[in-house]
Design a protein around this ligand. Sequence first.
Ligand SMILES: [Zn+2]
Length: 415
Amino acid sequence: MDRKRHLIAAVCTIASISPQARFSYDASWGFYAHRLINRLAVFTLPEQMIEFYKVNIDYITDHAVDPDKRRYAVKAEAMRHYIDLDQWIHSETDDLPRDFASALLQRSKFYLSIDGEALSLFRDSIQIALDPDTLWLSDSVLLMVCPARNYWTLMEFRICLYENLMPEYDPASWSVPVTRLGGPFASLTTHGVLVIDDRFCPHGILPYHLERCHRQLVHAFRAEDPVRILRLSAELGHYLGDAHVPLHTSKNYNGQLTGQDGIHAFWESRIPELFAADSFDYFVGPAYFLDDIRAAIWKIIFESHCGVEDILQTERTLRSVTPEDQQYCFEPRGGSLTMQACRNYAAAFNARLNGQVEQRMRSCILATGCFWMSAWVEAGQPDLLRLYDKKTSLGDTTKSTPPLAPSWQWLRQHE
Ligand SMILES: [Zn+2]
């Protein structure tokens, strides 16, 4: 890495390649773009929804970045913002389960310990290959829980995972009392734990978490709870924003595997900050109902992933034909000078990407409106006008929007 790239690395505070550490350096889409996407998504909504969202548009805008802000406070948060699709899916194989419990079952190891005895492995990927339908239990475990046989079927364990563990799943703390497994374990009086050696979640759970957020938003609409509706709408918009960023779907999320460190912020922060307000077209049309949320989520993820190689190749080519002193410049930012991609260099990158950043932003604005609307329809289309009276409980909806960029004035004029 030459001196200039060292400087860039310093500005971006490049993370180590550990998946857990990856989001210590960026703000994903940049705070500016996340807020912009949520704000503009409001205007895609149908008549029965738009008034409620417009009244609360500052809340929806401000809270678009909450998930990024709590990355440092909540251990399980970081993995919700990405998925390393290339860790699991290669051109010739795609056996990645689209439901979370099955993905976890397929990629993790499960251990049991009863009454203080050493942990015993009772499921791992090797066993899946040899015997896909059965879980083998140690003699001592069997003696206590199901003496009539020496195995549990995979189906029994899968049901147990779905019904007893997934509702309270916490990828940050996968050690649970065996009584929560239910079945023969429910009545155990001795101490026991199930430990899941999670080989899956550290590579990201973004599409699975999106599905969970959508479900929660449906429940919030059903409960006609305006606080939860707005909080979950804002956060769903955030995760959809991440899902539309190609580099959130790759192990090479910051170009660190190809000597392109810093490309993440270049694509998702620098380009929108420079060009989103004045050059991008935001007429995306009205939101529509999505009858298969899971399929819609994975379509977004795969579309994003298809853009990864384009981004890397384009930056590589552009760098090779641009004099080094015209690539990165010092610019004032937040009261100090920081190294940024030079304006002309960023413009050239954006042009060579052939509208990719704008297309992903437009697609995300529409998708956010569609997900909000679909949750509302699934909940039975509650009358949101009735919720106006309750909104005072939100407290901070009247809080002024923190200043973003001058281009916000443009947005406000066009509302
Ligand atoms: Zn994020």
